[in-house]
Design a protein around this ligand. Sequence first.
Ligand code: ZN
Length: 447
Amino acid sequence: MSKSKLPNRADLILDAQYILCRPEQAPLHDHSILIENGKISGILPTTDSQQIRCDSRVNCKEHLLFPGLINTHTHSPMSLLKGVADDLDLETWLNQHIWPLEGALMSEEFIKDGCNLALAEMIRSGTTCFSDMYFFPSIIAACAKQAGMRAVIGLPILEFPSAWAEDASGYIEKGLLLADELNNEALLRTALAPHSTYTVSPETLRKISTLSDELEKRVHIHLQETAAEVKQVVSQYGMRPMEILKESGLVNPHLIAVHMTQFTQEDIDELSKRNANIVHCPESNHKLASGICDVTSLINNGINVALGTDGSASNNDLNMLGEMRSAAFTAKTASLDATALNAQEAFAMATTNAASALDLSKHCGSLTVGMSADIVAMDLDTIEASPVNDPLSHLIYSASRESIRNVWVAGKQLLRDRKLTTLDEDELLERAKHWRKQIQTTQASFR
Ligand SMILES: [Zn+2]
């Protein structure tokens, strides 16, 4: 930015040791970020920023600033279910443990408490935006709004009844009403979220495709998570899940297909040709032994790949720092190639690629002038971080979430010196203890 174009004032200035503005750009050293009306209004050497008037200036001179991380696939209320059913394959985990527990516990209170716990964990680990898929999306939206988080609220669609809706038409109807209600929310978007091709019929998927085209909404769906899923869908419909989506008209830039541990060259060609998006959830795939998504092949074929944690019951955390590292390590081991999925690519999956998948590239995913001030400050003045020979390497391969000190979303500070500003930590802990007892009683009743 030339000096003549510099703003003469800012609401807030952050003076940083290092700034990672975008994955492909070298880190800036001793630079400052100017924030005005919740947006980034300038990035310049700290020495040049001294003359600019501001309401507030935060010293991040021992910190790395980077774009808030984007968790492109989670089920936030499931944070209450972490540790309830470990070391099981997907089918056993889902059919014998998670669905029965959800059936017994599902209530507005469960959703609210679980979502708030997830929001707190995400903010404290540098996530500023999440794409959710769960029952009672109205409550998830209200919690995200209250906490000041950016979110894409999935409007869940299944064929079977839940406490939220009776059947597919009911889910769609309630979802669209909510989408209308949230239309003017600055930080919230909605996406159609059919659970999968094994829980939503081809007929409903065709209806969702029409709605997605009409309303220009993303479609967030689990796809080809395991070989068993593919086999089951083939025996049920005579087509693979990807073929069903293609028939339904859902393979297009609106598609956000999650997992994809199973795919053929035809699948890749179709996804690439139609500019669809994939979400990789390496830790959930590892834990449930679902398989490995061959991210390298997807990227080499020009497919946009974002990153997500999945829910806490299959991860068991919502830590995008760990997820970036797992993605890099998984790709290297799977391909026996240490150059596969380098630090820059892993960082892109949690920032620019994720923003693109969610159609939020004009708002977040990078630190550039005009973008929303969704910013994370990581402490570098620690034993674990020293010496910082390469800030990006530290972020991907070494950093822990405990080193995240400050987080802003649209210029509003949500974490200040590791303290949440919009959520009550004591209350969150109390509510989690309450649910631990409820879950234990429910589990005992199943035996
Ligand atoms: Zn999932």
